[in-house]
Design a protein around this ligand. Structure first.
Ligand code: NAD
Length: 333
């Protein structure tokens, strides 16, 4: 099936091509580096399937245009699908599939890495030693052993993150709309979000971005947090009101911030902007804090996870082509 693949990078091209060949699926993959937007949607003309990533803009207008051009399937190479207007897709008769089961360990392990890096100032220390500075001043962290860690969203990734933190000797608190036995079996305990924020020395976000969770971390929740707590966000940028986080960092209410996702990341991430003037003052302010680490949406970026993402995407396109059940269809409203 002819498929326009948007937001393609070198690794997408090689691994999706490999998955297509290994499955002998024979899909005609048309790779585009551009993000899918209203300006680029014409590039998908003549493609019954379109494959997108997290910063493609699959809103109602784009979907309308895709439908008019004959697209019937949108396959996102991600778990989260907040970048797709699911209602509009359903209305227009466009199927939307995602990748639910690809190494949740990739993201959970990265979240642990970010927590350690910001707490123990690992990135700062590395920059210093490259410059011949072996001072320890300013690099002190705290033991995670014996501390309390909060997990907001205790699904696949949050549960693995919680289990790892239990292994560190932490008390692990969780908050979720749908408490799970797996999280409790991993050693976590459910509390309300206020109690979680008030008691946690570190909080990690693992819920999807929805209308309910947008800015779940805001001025009010940050004011109720334990003073000096560390916040880790590997889920979606929109979960955090970044301006409030900056204020909380300035006062020391927030002791550290590590983010792999950022609300305005669409115009920044997955590109080399090192020779351009970045006009987003918020991200520039964030990276100026010594106790902030920003990575460019790489938590999923392991060999295992990417391989599975590409295999599942090819399987979904094949299933659609053959009229088979779409096991990875996004939930319907
Ligand atoms: P999951 O569906 O297994 O778990 C999500 C959990 O969040 C569920 O238990 C759900 O009940 C809970 N939840 C939903 N609404 C909530 C709310 N209002 N309050 C509290 N909890 C709520 O998903 P997962 O595989 O664990 O992935 C979690 C998120 O991680 C994804 O939605 C995606 O945004 C993000 N993610 C990021 C990367 C990355 O590279 N940075 C990669 C994969 C996934």
């Amino acid at each position: 099936m002819r498929t326009a693949v948007f937001s393609t990078r070198r690794y997408d091209k090689s691994l999706l091509t490999q998955a297509n060949a290994e499955a002998e699926a024979g899909h005609d993959l048309v790779f585009r580096e551009d993000r899918l937007t209203l300006d680029t949607v014409a590039l998908a003309a003549g493609c019954p399937a379109v494959c997108v990533f997290v910063n493609d803009n699959v809103d109602a207008e784009v979907l309308k245009q895709l439908a008019a051009q004959g697209t019937r399937l949108v396959a996102t190479r991600s778990t989260g699908y907040n970048h797709v207007d699911a209602e509009a897709a359903e209305r227009l008769g466009i199927e939307v599939v995602r990748v639910t089961d690809y190494s949740p360990h990739s993201v959970a392990e990265f979240a642990v890495g970010l927590l350690l890096a910001v707490n123990r100032k690992i990135a700062r220390a590395s920059v210093r030693t490259r410059d011949g500075n072996f001072e320890l001043d300013g690099l002190m962290g705290f033991d995670l052993h014996g501390k309390t860690v909060g997990v907001i969203g205790t699904g696949k990734i949050g549960t693995i993150f919680g289990r790892i933190m239990v292994g560190f000797g932490c008390t692990v608190l969780g908050h979720d709309l749908y408490p799970s036995a797996a999280f409790e079996a991993a050693g976590g305990r459910y509390v309300g979000i206020e109690e979680l924020m008030a008691r946690s020395d570190a909080v990690s976000l693992h819920c999807p971005l929805t209308d309910e969770t947008r800015h779940v971390v805001n001025a009010r929740t940050l004011a109720g947090a334990k003073r000096g707590a560390i916040l880790v966000n590997t889920s979606r940028g929109g979960l955090v009101d970044t301006e409030s986080a900056i204020q909380a960092l300035k006062t020391g209410q927030l002791g550290g911030l590590a983010i792999d996702v950022y609300e305005q990341e669409a115009s920044l991430f997955f590109q080399d902007l090192s020779s351009t003037i970045i006009t987003d003052d918020v991200i520039q302010r964030l990276v100026s804090f010594p106790n902030v680490i920003v990575t460019g949406h790489q938590a999923f970026f392991t060999l295992e996870a990417i391989g599975q993402i590409m295999r599942t995407t090819i399987e979904s396109i094949s299933a659609f082509e053959k009229g088979e059940a779409l096991v990875n269809r996004i939930p319907r409203g």
